[in-house]
Design a binder for this molecule. Structure first.
Ligand SMILES: Nc1ncnc2c1ncn2[C@@H]1O[C@H](COP(=O)(O)OP(=O)(O)OP(=O)(O)O)[C@@H](O)[C@H]1O
Ligand SMILES: [Mg+2]
Length: 325
């Protein structure tokens, strides 16, 4: 039997849609009666903003119900609070723990020591993914989703406990960090990479896949976000490229439709711009298709991202849910 519930880690280049995809994936995983925890670790309150709820405290809160009646709980993992919780759990510090906080010791530990932050954040994810219902063998959550740091930092973030285990020769810290790494490298943990179809993010995705694989971390899907649909028919594209569809040809059509003929040149230029963008998108798409990992595409939704839009994106993410089974 698995030692933890399925853990989905969502990374990607900054601004490509990590938070959006993590939230949509949590909804997708929250099938009938299922309970999913969506965690954020960057202290940005991105989840609260997305679901339009007040800032999340360091406490698991139900924030959404999936179409199928499952539940998504959210947690903004705060390293300071995680450290206090850790000290209290292991050393039963009680009020002394709070005194430490007052003296700024916790601030010191979490800002000065490199990696300490990540140890605390991943430690909390580990705790949530292994938590069981009372004394039963069932996990509290059916899945845990992490809105994780960007691609450039993800391997270090997930692998930080390797360093700790290496530093501590024996004792509870060594055991704990080794257990965390075992979970991170187990088949229960999957890292998904979000990208957009542009050169830099796609390159970062390829590098990310290599690095994660080298570190023994399992890469799941590449999520291609913000995909723009082609707005023009093949005939129109051909006519634009062949120069047959120019301002002179478009102006009378606009006039007949009661629109200003002067807009023809702009319209034709927009058409060329669109064709060019689609071409770049197609070229990057081909690279993703060759990357050796399965991929799914999410459309660019106009009209903003609300819970309804997240539910729509969740439907497209069904292959990631299947992958976890
Ligand atoms: N499929 C989509 N359609 C339309 N807008 C989207 C889509 N996905 C994300 N967005 C929008 O793009 C912006 C960036 O998305 P998001 O915040 O999820 O990215 P991120 O990778 O988490 O960014 P950061 O690196 O800053 O944490 C947001 O305004 C979000 O609403
Ligand atoms: Mg984000």
């Amino acid at each position: 039997m698995a030692n933890s519930t399925p853990l989905h880690v969502v990374t990607g280049k900054g601004g490509t849609g990590k938070t959006t995809v993590a939230a949509a994936l949590a909804l997708a995983l929250a099938g009938r009666g299922r309970k999913v925890l969506l965690c954020e670790v960057e202290g940005r309150q991105g989840i609260a903003q997305l679901f339009d709820v007040p800032p999340l405290p360091y406490e698991e809160r139900r924030i959404a119900t999936s179409d199928e009646g499952g539940h998504v709980h959210a947690l903004a993992i705060d390293p300071e609070a995680a450290l206090l919780e850790y000290l209290q759990m292991y050393y039963r510090l009680g009020r002394a723990g709070r005194a430490l906080d007052k003296f700024g010791v916790i601030d010191f530990a979490t800002t000065i020591a490199p990696g300490v932050r990540d140890v605390l954040l991943t430690g909390k994810v580990y705790e949530a993914a292994r938590r069981r219902r009372g004394k039963s063998s069932e996990f509290v959550y059916d899945a845990v989703v992490v809105d994780a740091p960007p691609t450039g930092r993800i391997a270090r973030f997930l692998g930080v406990n390797d360093d700790v285990a290496g530093l501590a020769k024996v004792g509870p810290i060594k055991t704990q960090s080794e257990s965390i790494m075992t979970m991170m490298r187990s088949p229960q943990t999957t890292v998904h990479l979000v990208t957009v179809l542009e050169e830099m993010p796609v390159q970062e995705t390829l590098d990310g896949i290599d690095e994660l694989t080298r570190e023994g971390l399992r890469v799941g899907h590449v999520v291609v976000n913000l995909v723009r649909p082609s707005l023009l028919s093949d005939d129109t594209i051909e006519a634009l490229e062949g120069g047959r569809l120019d301002a002179k040809a478009v102006a009378p059509v606009l006039e007949r439709a009661g629109l200003p003929a002067a807009a023809a040149a702009t319209l034709v230029a927009d058409g060329h711009g669109h064709v060019e963008r689609q071409r770049l998108q197609t070229a990057q798409q081909a690279i993703i298709e060759d990357c050796g990992r399965p991929h799914v595409a999410l459309p660019l939704l106009t009209g903003g991202i609300d819970v309804g839009a997240l539910q729509d994106l969740a439907v497209e993410l069904a292959p990631l849910v299947e992958d976890a089974r």
